[in-house]
Design a protein around this ligand. Structure first.
Ligand code: PLP
Length: 364
């Protein structure tokens, strides 16, 4: 058995009480189980701060990518056109998906360390009136950059476009006013900031928009409209549902409430992330993303010097109880540390001590 904690952006470290929920076997068509699904769906709307008369929540098996693909394949018709705003690997994955599905799309791409800018997007919207949908990743987990939700939602509203947000690594960990921003589809998954285990994703959708999507899906299993219609009857999933994962997620949601809800969790993440960046900066390990654009979720750090070996560093930190993440950039050498999950101040303090010790040892 390993006894290390994950400092990765999902799967992440979960509580033992969340894991214990998976010790029972549950029956998918029994009312006890279906009521868990319904409770999760309604609690998601509460976390999102949306009006249940206007929004619905649909759960979709698979990892987060499956949920993103289910929105793309089910809600964007052949005659529509999608604008993909991208500055990282997850934006690029959406481009890849659009290609597989055969959607009409345009890409607005900026470099990994930059936020998409309003003037650039505005000019695309002005020159390409075919665009009907916009998709953007909120927290690009590739680098940890936080993209401007308020800006994109203002543009979507002004130009009357349907707005899809991949909030996979931010929902539950960063406060956001989903209804106020007018987000049409917000996508996240069980194993990120709500701190469940991997196995399904979810979509918080404007009911009026989703209701108009019957028959669009090019995939049977990823048909979001059908999944919604079936689930909306009484909480039954169309096909086998990940029962253990669902039960664990329900517990994780209760624990989020106990912690003080999203504002309290967001504060914990922010404080831990700030402490981590400050203490590593003192050692000459600097963040790749500037502080004004940095998310409180995951940080990309530049190698401190040319002698630095990620493998060696990784093994040193792992032997002392924490698992970190390799970088995902090609042009610079980086590594990443996530601070979401059941990770508290003491963990970050301990991690910083381990890294301080490592830097002291390798400097000699
Ligand atoms: C985790 C994540 C996804 C989904 O990745 P999976 O590996 O399919 O769970 C999508 N977008 C972002 C921004 C993510 O952080």
């Amino acid at each position: 058995m390993n006894n290390y904690k994950l400092l990765t952006p999902g799967p992440l470290t979960t509580t033992s009480t969340v894991k214990e929920e998976m010790l029972l076997d549950r029956c998918t068509w029994d009312d006890d189980y279906k009521s868990i699904t319904q409770k999760i769906r309604s609690q998601l709307l509460t976390f999102a701060g949306v009006d249940p008369a206007q929004y619905t929540a649909v759960l979709m098996p698979g990892s987060g990518t499956f949920a993103v693909e289910s929105v793309l394949t089910s809600t964007i018709a052949d005659e529509d056109k999608l604008l993909i705003v991208s500055n990282g690997a997850y934006g690029e994955r959406i481009v890849q998906m659009a290609g597989y599905i055969g959607l009409r799309f345009a890409e607005y791409r900026v470099s990994y360390d930059q936020q998409p800018d309003e003037a650039g997007i505005r000019s695309v919207l002005e020159t390409d009136p075919d665009i009907s949908h916009i998709v953007m990743v909120h927290c690009e987990t590739t680098t940890g950059i936080l993209n401007p939700l308020e800006m994109i939602s203002r543009l979507a509203h002004e130009y009357d476009k349907t707005l899809i947000i991949d909030a996979m690594s931010s929902f539950g960990g960063i406060e956001m006013d989903v209804g106020g921003l007018g987000i049409d589809y917000l996508i996240s998954s069980a194993n990120k900031c709500i701190q469940g285990v991997p196995g399904f994703g979810f979509v918080i959708a404007k009911t009026g928009k989703l209701a108009a999507c019957k028959g669009i899906a090019r995939s049977l299993s990823l048909d979001l409209f059908d999944q919604w219609k079936e689930m909306d009857k009484d909480g039954k999933w169309r096909y086998t549902s990940p029962t253990h994962v669902v039960a664990a997620f329900s517990k994780a949601m209760d624990e989020l409430v106990q912690e003080g809800g999203i504002p309290a969790r967001s504060r914990r993440y922010r404080d831990n992330n700030a402490m981590l960046r400050e203490r590593l900066a003192q050692l000459g390990i600097h963040a790749y993303i500037s502080p004004d654009k940095q998310s409180p979720i995951i940080t990309t750090f530049l190698f401190p010097n040319e002698r630095f070996s990620f493998q060696d560093f990784y093994a040193y930190v792992k032997a002392r109880g924490y698992v970190i993440y390799p970088g995902k950039l090609t042009e610079v050498d980086t590594f990443r540390i996530g601070n979401i999950g059941e990770i508290h101040r003491q963990d970050i303090e301990q991690l910083c001590e381990i890294i301080e010790e490592y830097m002291g040892v390798t400097a000699k």
